[in-house]
Design a protein around this ligand. Structure first.
Ligand code: PLP
Length: 408
């Protein structure tokens, strides 16, 4: 018989959101009349922008005619989208990259999970904690994370982020090979200042560390001093890969499109010390394992950069940020220690009365029929915290807050 990749067996069988779904379904069966409000999973609720829909219809029509039909596209993405990204997302921030450094994908989950393909198994990884679970789980699958001992992976360096350190992670004391940073952060909704980000870039340059920078929520930044991209920091092209997504920026969670920047200056080494370009390796990986994002989807993503598209996308972001502001203020008013929600669509609260994350989850579900996400599901430092998302419909967010206020 074929042997399995036993690393997969090390992963917990229960995925956070399926545990939540099970509890919610059990409650619904017992209380069929209850109106449950879901502010848990980070999915959007507002429809695609009209400019995006129009571009998709146009692209579908092109596919219907022999002279404009498109088959396989470039594995790296169409140049029209790479150019639009460079012109709109990067150049205005003083970031200069070539189209061949921008890889279009089917969303940031794939690339944040797959990037480890081009790096050796023996690298030591470091994460801020709590964190988006894909970074660790994909390293567990690759055999890079070691074994689970007392709730932490033996080969992973965790940098705790909590109320005590103001959610500003310290730099690792030892040398690490790969660091995952995500700002604005999922789940905490907190951001990183330019000065703090510079410390990480300086650390990476001094230690030959690669930073995997997940900027999936950059469009939610309101404060003009907060960096949108790690490449705003000098030297970052020599040490960082950056992931972007149209999912939360433009409601593409069901359409699927994102992009990854792998600068040509970024190098890693062979065991013999010889340097290798990661751009070249990633290109090779994509050409073998990925056949490109659909033409229709890439035209849709391009439309988010038209004048109309930008305006419409901004309106939807403002809608979610309106929810975030309202929820944040209400939670503060209830006396809860509240973080995030100012430059991100996530609000992170300390559970009251020393409850665990799951105890708070159960109380909210049973007593006010509101669903959020237990912080411990994002890592050990998430215990005692709880995540609410601002991606719900405004009426639902208002109703949830009003139920919580009465209950508190
Ligand atoms: N990165 C972070 C931090 C996320 O929270 C998510 C989704 O929730 C993703 C990446 C994946 O986004 P997508 O695959 O939809 O682009």
């Amino acid at each position: 018989m074929a042997l399995v990749n036993e690393n997969f067996l090390k992963l917990s069988q229960n995925y956070l959101f399926s545990d939540i779904a099970k509890k919610v379904n059990a409650y619904k069966v017992a209380h069929p009349k209850s109106k449950i409000i879901r502010l848990g999973i980070g999915d959007v609720t507002q429809p695609l922008a009209p400019a995006v829909i129009e571009a998709m219809h146009k692209a579908v029509d092109e596919m219907a005619s022999e002279c404009t039909f498109r088959g396989y596209g470039p594995e790296q993405g169409y140049e029209f989208l790479q150019e639009a990204i460079i012109k709109n997302d990067l150049l205005p921030r003083g970031i200069h990259v070539e189209p061949s450094e921008v890889f279009i994908n089917d969303g940031a989950k794939s690339d944040t999970g797959n990037i480890g393909d081009i790096l050796a198994k023996d690298n030591i990884i470091c994460v801020t904690d709590p964190i988006y679970p894909v970074y660790i789980d994909s390293n567990v699958m690759a055999g890079r994370a070691g074994d689970m001992l007392n709730g932490v992976w033996s080969n992973v360096v965790y940098m705790p982020c909590n109320g005590e350190n103001g959610f500003v992670p310290e730099l690792p004391k030892q040398r690490v090979d790969i660091v995952y940073l995500c700002y604005p952060n999922n789940p905490t909704g907190t951001v990183i200042s330019r000065a703090e980000l510079k410390k990480w870039v300086d650390y990476a340059l001094a230690n030959d560390t690669i930073i995997m920078y997940d900027a999936a929520y950059e469009a939610y930044i309101q404060n003009p001093d907060i960096p949108h991209s790690i490449y705003e920091i000098k030297g970052a092209k020599k040490c960082a890969i950056e992931f972007h997504s149209f999912s939360k920026t433009a409601g593409f969670t069901g359409v699927r499109c994102g992009y990854t920047i792998v600068p040509k200056e970024l190098m890693a080494v062979k065991v013999n010390g010889e340097k290798v370009s990661l751009n070249q390796l990633w290109n090779r990986r994509q050409c073998t394992k990925f056949n490109g994002t659909s033409y229709i989807t890439q035209r849709a993503a391009e439309a988010t950069y038209s004048a109309e598209g930008k305006k419409q996308v901004r309106e939807t972001i403002d809608y979610y940020m309106g929810n975030a502001r309202m929820m944040r203020e209400a939670f503060i008013g209830m006396g809860l220690d509240t973080y995030g929600g100012e430059n991100a669509p996530y609000i992170w609260v300390k559970t009251p009365s020393g409850m665990t994350s799951w105890q708070f989850f159960d109380s909210l579900l049973h007593e006010v029929n509101v669903v959020g996400t237990p912080g411990v599901g994002f890592g050990p430092s998430g215990e005692g915290y709880f995540r609410f998302t601002a991606f719900g419909r405004k009426e639902d967010c208002v109703e949830a807050v009003s139920r919580l206020k009465k209950w508190m």
